[in-house]
Design a protein around this ligand. Structure first.
Ligand code: HEC
Length: 379
């Protein structure tokens, strides 16, 4: 007995009713350090034992809040301080987008942290020994008996009177449980090299087997029939056509959608005679013409159309658009130059729509008038 210290006294009961009554009585008599063991959860036991709520709730609260703050801090640093990028015109700190991440980190820290706190603080990991392990008492309570264990540490515990107290509760097989000092003082089994080595071996086998079975044995080629079907690839051969080319000329006479063929190609005089400007010079149309003129024409013709190119001699300077000749031209004649080009000046059909070309003509008219204003223009 000299190397053994008393841990607790235990007593067994036969029915759930008895154990509830006994637990109630023990709690009522002021015992704090006692525990009840039953083969299955018995309803009402918490109340009978007067158990408070678990401290783990506070751990979960603190860790959850900590997780939320941590996530917020990391996100803030990343998207506001370290690498600010405007996404979809939103402010850097677009809170609604961060809610899922906040939620995830909150739950992660709260759950993992609570389990860790339970293992380390309540179960005193790596200690995995308990004086009740391997006792007949625990064997009985995990089979068909209901037991109470009152710890010797309890302030109300009195070794001489405790047997009598258990008898008064109606308990059978009243047994003292001793601490096994040897077991408690020896190294924790979970830290033994043999056990750690076993874990390492299991880890290597499981990860290796998973890797091999998923990557080598079970490899299924992703279906590729959509990618590998016969289809026309630009710049490549295609056996369906006689000339085996992927790219074909459109069928003769094909007109692209929206295209109206230009009837006066190479016929400037006729264009000047028959083409009529469909637009009237409203403020909006002149604004549009000004915009197009400045984008497409002014690099060569200058902002006012005076022929003062900004190209520094890289392209022949065009003549002024204020010449007597051009001022006498009809709108259609100017339109023809923009559409068909003239000598070194290219046509602008691919850059400008018909409307834009006509609007530009109207703007050129406005420019001409501005440079050659008559007194009557003031009225
Ligand atoms: C790359 C420079 C360049 C650009 C850009 C350019 N032009 Fe020209 N343009 C010229 C040259 C050079 C001529 C003279 C061509 C020739 O030798 O007949 C010319 C001629 C003209 C003429 C005939 C002038 C005349 O006296 O015969 C008109 C009208 C005209 N351009 C309008 C425009 C309009 C409108 C635009 C914008 C849509 C434009 N140009 C864009 C270089 C340019």
């Amino acid at each position: 007995m000299s190397d053994k210290t008393l841990y607790s006294y235990t007593g067994l009961f036969d029915t759930p009713d008895e154990i509830i009554k006994a637990a109630n009585q023990v709690a009522k008599d002021g015992y704090k350090k006692f525990d009840v063991h039953t083969p299955y959860p018995v309803h009402g036991m918490d109340k009978a034992m007067k158990l408070g709520s678990s401290p783990l709730g506070y751990v979960a609260l603190v860790l959850g809040l900590g997780g939320a703050l941590l996530a917020l801090g990391i996100i803030y640093f990343m998207v506001v301080v370290d690498y600010p990028v405007i996404i979809g015109g939103k402010p850097y700190f677009a809170f609604p987008a961060f809610v899922p991440i906040l939620f995830e980190v909150t739950v992660l820290l709260a759950s993992v942290g609570t389990v860790a706190a339970m293992l380390f603080f309540l179960f005193k990991f790596p200690n995995n020994a308990h004086p009740l392990h391997d006792t007949d008492y625990l064997k009985a309570t995990s089979c068909d008996k209901y037991g109470i264990s009152i710890q010797a540490e309890d302030a109300k515990f009195d070794e001489a009177g405790i047997s009598g107290y258990f008898e008064s509760l109606g308990a059978k097989s009243i047994t003292p449980i001793y601490l096994d000092n040897e077991e408690i003082n020896t190294k924790h089994k979970v830290l033994e090299p043999k056990f750690i080595g076993f874990l390492v071996v299991v880890f290597i086998i499981v990860s290796g087997a998973t890797y091999i079975s998923l990557n080598k044995l079970m490899i299924i080629p992703p279906f590729s029939w959509m990618m590998e079907q016969e289809k026309v690839v630009p710049q490549e051969s295609f056996s369906v056509f006689k000339n085996e080319r992927g790219m074909q000329q459109p069928v003769q006479g094909t007109v692209a959608r929206g295209l109206i063929p230009y009837a006066f190609k190479g016929k400037p005089e006729e264009a000047g005679k028959f083409l009529v400007n469909p637009l009237v010079p409203t403020k909006d149309i002149l604004a549009e013409g000004k915009n197009k003129f400045e984008v497409f024409c002014s690099p060569c013709h200058g902002n006012l159309g005076e022929g003062d190119s900004r190209l520094r001699g890289h392209f022949p300077n065009p003549p002024s658009l204020h010449s007597e000749k051009v001022r006498q031209w009809t709108d259609g004649r100017i339109y023809h130059v923009i559409t068909d080009g003239q000598n070194v000046m290219p046509g602008y059909t691919s850059q400008m729509t018909r409307e834009e070309r006509w609007a530009t003509v109207l703007y050129i008219r406005a420019l001409q008038r501005s440079q050659n204003a008559k007194e009557s223009d003031l009225l």
